[in-house]
Design a protein around this ligand. Sequence first.
Ligand code: SF4
Length: 362
Amino acid sequence: MTKSIEQILQQDQFTKDDIIRLLQSKNEDEKALFAKSSETKLKYVGRNVHFRGLVEFSNICKKDCLYCGIRASNSAVNRYDIADEEILKAAKFAYENKYGSLVLQSGERSDQKFIDRIEKLLKEIKKVSNNELGITISIGEQTKETYQKWFDAGAHRYLLRIESSNKELYNKIHPKNEDHSHETRLKCLKYLQEIGYQTGTGVMIGIPFQTYDDLANDLLFMQKFDIDMVGMGPFIEHDQTPMYQYKDQLMSLNDRFRLTLKMIAVLRIMMKDINIASATALQAIDPLGREKALRIGANIIMPNITPTTERANYLLYQNKPCIDEGADDCTNCMEARINMADGVIGYGEWGDSQHFRKRQNK
Ligand code: SF4
């Protein structure tokens, strides 16, 4: 006999079929899913929302992911690399405004000069913040030695999105060469966990060729991998990329948005104590998108504190919001938005993944 959504939601563990049913839920069933995920969030991570001040410090990237607006082959992009002093200013801003944590993100590079620069920057960020600012980095695939070096220099969380747990799908949205290997990505995630980072991953939702089966597998992958933090958002096409040719095969933006909310909700029920980010891409589709994600399961928000002059050049996808606002405007706007979503900002706190703490104490 087919289970009802209510019956599925009473379970503690989901099968792949259960997840697919939840992801396909509509109307009253969808409401029941969101009610359950919202209740789970309040019970296990509470109302606190934690800030991660996001600094997208460079859009120079050696890779060529077929969906990405700043891929190496896109010659229409103005490339930038923010000076270290500017990055440190942003870190100081985050510290003085009690953001608790900073995220350093850029295109992928792995030359020695870059590796040494990041190591130095991490140490300096610790210094200017009296050793208090938590640091997440998101700079792609590196060797285990590099990850270790950056960990020793002060980074303690790393976000490496797997984009899809399905190798075949991954290969369809990346060039076929050694620089874009699914195995390498998985190996890197493992390294991060072994070193002791709070390890984060994520996927894009609504990419061409993706099925509900793929998405359910993505969630099961995160659970099996025992991931500590997740950042996943809707796929938004960029017209200067090869993937744009499939734009007519995509589900509507609104459907990608709803599906992302359902992915967050199901994941919150499956992994009750992890950190889940409310992706900026949600706001690109719905002005209240991030608040909606906070209500149903997310607990992390990443205000953009990149110097405003460069924000318009970090467009992984189009219609990205908040590219003209200064960091101060961003903070005020965030506070109002989070209050609206019934959240409370955990000012000055690292807001570490509780899941990570428990994993460490096992
Ligand atoms: S998705 Fe990341 S690694 Fe891939 S091209 Fe864009 S910035 Fe580079």
